[in-house]
Write a protein that binds this ligand. Structure first.
Ligand code: SDX
Length: 440
């Protein structure tokens, strides 16, 4: 199969026997991609047979053709443009991965320097945004500030809103990647009541972010190499993940031709939920609630109890029915980072490892193929880097901006894409006569 396109590779015949109607057969084309499951193209099904497919939660639905990320959930494989996540996490900078996701190839030295330079010189945000943030209460959740400030960028950057102008698309892409760290750090500083720290053009992407997070005007702040390396790996591991809920939200919002900042703002809103990107914050809250390894059995039982809404946060995944490869990398990094930053004893890490051990021996989790996901260990490292827990999902959004931007660009240039408009099965009242209020 040629990279970048799906090709017809067969057909599916659907036999319909509905109610008393005469049986009907509908032939549907099957397409194959480079790897992974083939797809049955049902776009003509309603026209041919007057029926819809029904797939709440999209367990068996492909929404698009994409060449950016490949996941094999059974084998626990994650690749970006053909490169294994482990190789990228061990050898790249986050900006290299951004370039790869957006343009399809790893950059050479010249391409990388040009890209990094463009990003660096767009890291400042419009000064008015400082006043926008001042409208929030100091205790506002950083995700509320990010949702608001990212969507508001469309009020400031009118020269990068036209999605049909390639130059404006490129400029919007660079601005999104460049300004997310600045806005995320501003949300943090605002919550502390500390002055915003401007980006610095002499620092690389992750060091610049950490400097904006932790520097103050009172003294020189030196970013630790350990922290910068750990943050770089965390950003890569969260950069993109196929058609997850927030990426699908960005694509659906973009399908109406909304401006890029509004679409990324929609993605941030979706990511916030504890079933998705909000899980990393929920994992730390859960580990704190467990408090001691002796309490683990009680929480395992609660997670299994259908009457109890409690779930083991950071466990389970719609696609991975094996260990999330990102969780494997993060689990290793926990030990490395904690040792390098001098944290010799992390009760949360001990509880997390024991919780994983017990869960993976428990029939309930084994039967349902529930393994740790990307959110299970990430918070342990964020905590060691002194990131406040309410900012964890904001860091996920900052990292995932690479994937959202890449998927948005791919979608805009896909000739097959139309406005997303799912249908439904109607289960409400049949037609009935109106009853004036006096007679109700
Ligand atoms: C992310 O899609 C992506 O790619 C997302 C992501 C990305 O990079 O974009 O990978 C990032 O969002 C990771 C997931 C973070 N969320 C959590 O850790 C929250 C806890 N996990 C779950 O809520 C759940 O596992 C989901 C939401 C992640 C997946 O849910 P599904 O695929 O809809 O599966 P399900 O809820 O139908 O669960 C199947 C069964 C159910 O039991 P039965 O009805 O079969 O008896 O497994 C149970 C669930 O009750 N189950 C859990 C569980 N997760 C699923 N039981 C206890 N604890 C859990 N964590």
């Amino acid at each position: 199969m040629a990279v970048g396109k799906m090709e017809g590779c067969g057909k599916a015949t659907l036999k319909l026997e509905i109610g008393g109607a005469a049986p009907k057969e509908v032939e549907l084309p099957v397409y194959c991609g480079t790897e992974g499951p083939s797809v049955v193209d049902v776009r003509g099904l309603y026209r041919e047979a007057g029926v819809f497919t029904h797939d709440p939660g999209f367990f068996s639905t492909s929404s698009c053709a994409s060449a950016i990320t490949f996941i094999d959930g059974e084998e626990g494989i994650l690749r970006h443009r053909g490169y294994d996540i482990q190789d990228l996490a061990d050898n790249c900078t986050y900006l290299e991965v951004c370039y790869l996701l957006m343009y399809g190839e790893l950059p050479n030295e010249k391409e990388y320097q040009e890209f990094a330079h463009k990003i660096t010189y767009h890291t400042m945000v419009h000064e008015q945004i400082n006043f926008l943030l001042r409208g929030f209460p100091r205790r506002a959740h950083p995700m509320a500030i990010l949702v608001g400030s990212v969507a508001s960028l469309s009020a400031f950057y009118h020269d990068s809103l036209d999605i049909f102008d390639e130059k404006q698309r490129d400029l919007a892409s660079i601005r999104m990647l460049a300004k997310m760290p600045t806005l995320t750090a501003m949300a943090h500083k605002y919550s502390l009541g500390q002055p915003f720290v401007y980006p610095r053009n002499d620092l690389d992407y992750t060091s610049n972010f950490l400097h904006m997070m932790f520097a103050t005007p009172c003294e020189e702040y030196k970013v630790s190499d350990v922290a910068a390396r750990a943050m770089n790996k965390l950003l890569i591991l969260h950069a993109d993940h196929e058609q997850n809920a927030s990426t699908s939200t960005v694509r659906l919002a973009s399908s109406s031709q909304a401006n890029p900042f509004a679409c990324i703002g929609a993605g941030i809103s979706c990511l916030w939920g504890p079933a998705h990107g909000g899980a990393n914050e929920a994992v730390i809250d859960m580990l704190e609630e467990i408090g001691d390894v002796s309490n683990i059995p009680e929480f395992i039982n609660r997670a299994k109890d259908k009457e109890d809404p409690f779930r083991l946060m950071g466990f389970g995944h719609r696609v991975y029915k094996n260990y999330d490869p990102r969780a494997a990398v993060l689990k290793l990094s926990c030990d490395e980072v904690l040792e390098e930053v001098g944290v010799t004893n992390s009760p949360k890490l001990q509880i997390a490892k024991e919780l994983e051990r017990i869960a993976l021996e428990d029939e309930y989790f084994v039967e349902r193929k529930l393994f740790p996901n990307v959110d299970f260990y990430s918070g342990i490292i964020y905590e060691a880097l002194h990131i406040p827990v309410e900012l964890y999902t904001g860091l996920f959004a900052m990292a995932r901006t690479a994937g959202w931007v890449a998927q948005w660009r791919e979608m805009i240039s896909d000739p097959e894409q139309k406005i997303g408009r799912p249908r439904q099965i109607y289960t409400g009242e049949p037609r009935r006569d109106f009853v004036p209020m006096k007679k109700r």
